[in-house]
Design a protein around this ligand. Structure first.
Ligand code: G3P
Ligand code: CA
Length: 237
């Protein structure tokens, strides 16, 4: 089972920052998971919430900031004073970093467009993935099925993992409509009969967000391909 660092090594470093990604890489992960939103001037940036309030010293919606304004914010002090120099990364910065790593890792880009519909997010993302030649190292995911359908129409083979919370009988049919290669589900889903059915039908399962190593064996029995965790070090020991 592969280990992905959820929002980077977010258990010990400020989530979705270059530091959290570097520390995850240093710990030996197979992949990192991150979340993207878009600024007023169309830069795809790595931040979980639609607003900057929780994880920076700013106030307001990401979509109302110019990228250069967003870069002035401190994205680390909310976690601990010693991380005050961390910034909200542009997705481009993460891609450049991944491209230059000695070991290949996967990037699971979660499009946070289930609340705000960012114009042309999918087109911009796929263009960027192409520019960095990262087609084989990216997994796109979103709770927004229409967005994943759009991504599939734009790219016939890019890896897609449709996201679900809880057990839904519609998960497999929705994944099939998108022609997704995977379902990203929570523990409830991957350990359910729907999870088993998904595997039997050739879909990969990736599970979020697991921080308790005691469930590892159960997940292996359920043929889960990858586990997303805030504490990758504990699963890589
Ligand atoms: O991608 C799975 C997981 O990250 C979804 O939840 O809120 O942590 O983005 P959240
Ligand atoms: Ca996420």
């Amino acid at each position: 089972m592969e280990i992905y660092a959820h929002r980077g090594f977010s258990g010990e470093y400020p989530e979705n920052t270059m530091l959290a990604f570097q520390k995850a890489y240093d710990a030996g992960v197979d992949g990192i998971e991150l979340d993207v939103q878009m600024t007023k001037d169309g830069e795809i940036v790595v931040i979980h919430d639609e607003r900057v309030d929780r994880t920076t010293n700013g106030i307001g919606y990401v979509k109302d900031f110019l990228y250069k304004q967003l870069r002035l914010l401190d994205a680390g002090s909310w976690f601990h004073d010693r991380f005050a120099r961390q910034r909200v990364p542009a997705l481009m910065e993460v891609m450049e970093w991944v491209q230059n790593l000695d070991k290949k890792i996967m990037i699971n880009i979660e499009l946070k467009n289930n609340v705000i519909d960012y114009p042309h997010l999918e087109e911009k993302l796929l263009k960027m993935i192409g520019q960095f030649q990262l087609e084989k190292q990216v997994v796109l995911s979103s709770f927004n099925i229409c967005s994943m359908l759009k991504a599939r129409r734009l790219h016939p083979s890019i890896e897609i993992g449709t996201l679900f919370e809880g057990i839904h009988e519609s998960a497999i049919p929705k994944a099939k409509v998108v022609d997704a290669q995977a379902i990203h589900g929570d523990l409830l889903f991957v350990l359910s009969s729907e999870g088993r059915k998904a595997v039997a039908q050739g879909l990969k399962l990736r599970v979020y967000t697991v921080n308790d190593t005691k469930v590892t064996a159960m997940l292996q029995d359920a043929e889960v391909s990858a586990l997303m965790t805030d504490f990758p070090n504990e699963f890589l020991m």
